[in-house]
Every structure is written in structure tokens, then in C-alpha cells.
Write a protein that binds this ligand. Sequence first.
Ligand code: AOF
Ligand code: ZN
Length: 376
Amino acid sequence: MEEMDDEHFMQRALALASETIGLASPNPYVGCVLVRDGEIFAEGAHLYDQYDHAEIVALKQAAAHGIDPTGSTAYVTLEPCSHHGRTGPCADALITAKVSRIVVATQDPNPQVSGQGIARLRAAGIDATVGVLQQAARDLNDAFAHFILRRRPLVTLKAALSVDGKLAPPPRHRAVTAPHWLTGPAARANVQRLRHASDAILTGIGTILADNPSLGDRAHLPRRRPLLRVILDSALRIPMSSEIVRSTANDVLLLCSEEAPGERIEALQSMGVEVETIPSHSGHLSLEAVLDALARRTILSLLVEAGSALNGSFISQNLVDKAVLFYSETELGADAIPFAAGVGSPYLFEQRFKRITRTTFEHGSGEDARVTGYLR
Ligand code: AOF
Ligand code: ZN
């Protein structure tokens, strides 16, 4: 019975944490509920700009309602912190509040915490249960964990594909006026959620020249920092009239090689576009250097929405951590643009996934499928 209740309350804490997507990075998404006699009497989540960690938000809410948390149970999606960062340690706040039990979904991967918060609570005589809905809690903060342990963004490769695994019709068939949508509205709305959950989105100059995308977050949900739009453009061929340049609002980063013409750099900078040079090898920007440049900007999560060539480079250099592949029911045929140069079919790529999830999105004339996995 207690186990079921624990999952029930942790589910609520996870839902609160999920509501902060777009509002917590570079910190993790964390939710907390305070429970007594099977009832939630206070709850909260961490918002980066508000400083307070989830536990403190919940404790303050209890205080505001005149409720004494003594003897209650705290459910937290991430181990309470034990360190002094921008705020004091939450483990100490819970000890002072005299909660008698704490239920944690997963340990904090932050080396400054990693187990010490739970140890401190236990040392104070608080009963601690760890690991309730652990996998869901880890998945929610996969980018935070990746970044804090490796100082690199978690790279998610997204592609919308035909059923025969192609990215787009052959160039000569492509409409110049309207984009060619393979997937339906529900799948495309899901892509906006992916963009919303990302700190940056990246594509190559080939995609800009072919499709002139704006690469915006159109989820219509609040976010504390703009989605950084990153374009790999060695020679700075991007047209001044492109959607990206025209819509710049301190949220565009062009990465070029050291050989890019200086006057192009200046012209783009005067449009408000940020330009940074990246080391290149045989005409290709070093993708590792690209990821390092993004890490320096505290980009925890990077969504790659690119063409064949760049998809192929990210995959063959083992730089993809997670993939989200959408499949429509349309067939594009053998001469259509392949998913990723040198990789072959996306179905082959899927053989390298672990912890696969499959979903479908209905639309008027059929359904799209989505396959998500982490790379082994
Ligand atoms: C918690 N509860 O709600 C969050 C935690 O320096 P700060 O204050 O921004 O702290 C950020 C670190 O605190 C972050 O890296 C992670 O280890 C932990 N986040 N901990 O107890 C929370 N957001
Ligand atoms: Zn804390």
C-alpha cells in the first residue's frame, strides 16, 4: 500500500517538475510535495529565476498556509542538495522543518551533492526511501545529468522521415514556395515540444539554403532564455535575407571556419548575429569543438534538426546521445534524400538504440509513428 502511495505522490512531484520545462535550465527540473495522512498540504517546483529550490517553495507554501510540516513526508524528484550554491542546502531546510520521512526519486548527479544530501538527512534520523519512479526522474533530467558530468550538451537528433526512411523528396521535386511536410500536425506539435525542452537547436547551411527555416520554438509556452539557433556555416554563405538572419533577436549563433571572410563576419554581426570561428578539418567544422563552444554557453540540451550530411557526421562520430525519429506513411522512393549520409537506413540506426519507446500521432488521413531511444 505504502509503495503505491509513494508512486502516486512522486507522480505528482514529477508532474510539477515537468511543468518547469523551459524555466529551470541550466538547473534541473525538480518538484516536491509535502504529505500528511495521505493528503498533499503543500507543493512546489524550482524555477531558476526564482532561486528557491523545490523543497523551499513547498515549505514556504506550507508556512503561508500556517501549516507546520513537523512529522510529514516530503516527496522530491531529485535528492535534496547538501551544498551552498545560489541558495542554502535543502537537506538542512528539511531537517529544520522536522519532516519525519523523505522519498526521493533519484540521486543528484551533481558531484557536489551525489548522495551527500540523503546521507545528511539519514544522519539526522529522517527515514529516507530512494528510487521511487527513478527511471522517469532520470529521463526528465537526462540533459542536466549529461552536462554536469561531461560538460557537453546532451545531443538529441530529430528527423521526420518517410516510411522508406528518407528525409525529403529529390531536390528537383521540392516546392520552392511551401515546405514539404511529411508528418501531420500532431507530430509537428510534438517537435515544438522538443524544441521547447531544448536550450539550443542546430542545423547546417545546406538546410538553410534549401528550406529557409526559422527554427523557432513555437510551443507557445514561456521560456526563461531564448532557444539558441545555431547554424554551422563554414564559409558564411548564409543569405542576409534568410529567415534566420531576418528574425535574429540575440538568439542566433553562426559557427564558421577560421577561413571565413572577415567582411562577412562583420556584416552578420552588424545584423545582431553572433559569429564564432571553430577549428575545421578538411573543410568540416570540428563537431566536438562545436559542442564545446555550446557548453561554454551553458547549453545543456542540443536538438539537431539537420540534413543528410550533418546527420551522418553526428552519427558516425558517435556524438548522438538520443534520437527522436518520426515516420510518416508516405513513401518517397529510392532517389529521395537519405536520412544520414554513410549510415544507410534509419531502421539500421535504430538497432543501436536502447530503452526504445514508440508512440503514434493520428491525423486526418492516417498516423505518424515516433521512435525514441538513447544511443548505446
Ligand atoms: C534541490 N532542489 O529544486 C534543485 C536542486 O546554485 P543553485 O542554487 O542554482 O543550485 C543548483 C544545484 O542544486 C543543481 O546543480 C543541482 O545539483 C541542485 N538542484 N536541488 O535540492 C532543487 N533544483
Ligand atoms: Zn536544494
